[in-house]
Design a protein around this ligand. Structure first.
Ligand code: PRP
Ligand code: ZN
Length: 288
């Protein structure tokens, strides 16, 4: 039994930096030593195992690591097995998409019937095609899928898209969505001794707090009491707001609320139209 909890994270790559940021936002100080495979946490009995993303599910399932931070796309492709998705982490968002050369006719999944599709996600793609009753040939590649149409290896590709820059640079357009992905925290069978189980719980709680606070904003404003029902309706993803009377004014109140969703300018305009003034939107650092 390890006397330190192990969390597997991607070394470099799309999720690597963000994963380390999450760990630090959760208050765990990372000691970056000479060993690039294993980072120690200074203020908790935790080690970070920095590995290839595709290896993370297996490491967690085999108990080499207790938790892992990995894209849901990797998990789906490999198969969830005995792993549990503890929570989505709100970063590393991307979409597994079908793309075809620009200008090529596409009128729905049926257009893929009988074609060749290149991908590094053969299992996920095969499930998607089967689900849609389409028969196509899957060309399984290890990378650089975006060049396949130009090399006449395939007529379409199925690949991850985040900004869309790779598709554009290769003259491809996305035409269908296979799955949406983001970084998730995964956990294997709970074989932790009681001491480490405690550490694991605190990791989960803190990550939950960071993930929740990242999308959330603290919104404050003054408003006439009569506008409260309308304001509550406008505030995105807020529970019951805190309402405090304003000194020297019986009719006006201060309204404070935590909004779980993005607060856009349009929302502020609606609040003002409803009678709110002195509207402030603040980031939230921690939440529990
Ligand atoms: C993905 C995908 C594309 C690129 C798309 O690879 O294979 O090459 O990202 O991103 P864009 O839409 O912002 O251009 P990634 O770097 O994630 O590597 P991996 O999936 O092979 O680990
Ligand atoms: Zn990868």
């Amino acid at each position: 039994m390890n006397e330190r909890l192990r969390i597997a994270v991607q070394r470099g790559g799309r999720l690597g930096t963000k994963s380390l940021e999450l760990v630090e936002s959760a208050g765990f100080r990372i000691l970056r030593g000479a060993n690039e495979l294993l980072y120690r946490i200074e203020n908790a009995p935790i080690d970070l195992l920095c590995v290839r993303d595709d290896d993370i599910p297996t490491f967690v399932e085999d108990g080499v690591a207790d938790f892992g931070i990995v894209g849901r796309n990797v998990l789906e492709e490999r198969g969830v097995g005995s792993l549990t998705e503890v929570m989505p982490l709100g970063f590393g968002r991307c979409t597994l998409k079908i793309a075809v050369p620009a200008g090529r006719a596409y009128s729905g999944v049926e257009s893929l019937q009988g074609s060749r599709i290149a991908t590094t996600y053969p299992r996920t793609l095969s499930r998607f095609l089967e689900h849609n009753g389409v028969e196509a040939e899957i060309v399984s590649m290890r990378g650089a899928v975006e060049v396949a149409p130009r090399l006449k290896l395939a007529q379409a590709i199925c690949d991850l898209v985040s900004t869309g820059a790779t598709l554009e640079a290769n003259g491809l357009v996305a035409v269908d969505t296979v799955m949406k992905s983001e970084a998730v925290l995964i956990h294997g069978a709970p074989v932790l001794d009681s001491e480490l189980a405690h550490v694991g719980e605190s990791v989960v709680q803190r990550f939950r707090g960071v993930a929740a606070s990242q999308g959330s904003k603290y919104v404050m404003m003054n408003a006439p009491r009569s506008a409260l029902p309308e304001i509550s309706r406008i505030l995105p993803g807020a529970g019951a707001p805190t309402v405090t009377p304003l000194a020297g004014n019986d009719d006006a109140v201060a309204v404070h609320a935590v909004c779980q969703e993005s607060v856009f300018w349009e929302t502020l305009e609606k609040l003002r139209a409803a009678g709110a003034s002195a509207i402030l939107v603040l980031p939230i650092e921690k939440m529990m």
